[in-house]
Design a protein around this ligand. Sequence first.
Ligand SMILES: [Zn+2]
Length: 67
Amino acid sequence: MRVKCVICDTINQLIDDSPQAKKLRNRPIHTYMCDPCHERIEQRTNARLATGHFGFYKSSRKIEEEF
Ligand SMILES: [Zn+2]
């Protein structure tokens, strides 16, 4: 199946039987992120988590809005 990264608009081809493809089929297509973007978001999230408890809830909401 063809999927489009929501962040950088890269079109990727997923193997239909792969776990990722199955997961995406059960969710809206716009939740797909390519690997480089996924890593970038993950690093940013971890960096924010590392800053401590203060503003944690607020930060996670902000990340969700960016999606
Ligand atoms: Zn991307």
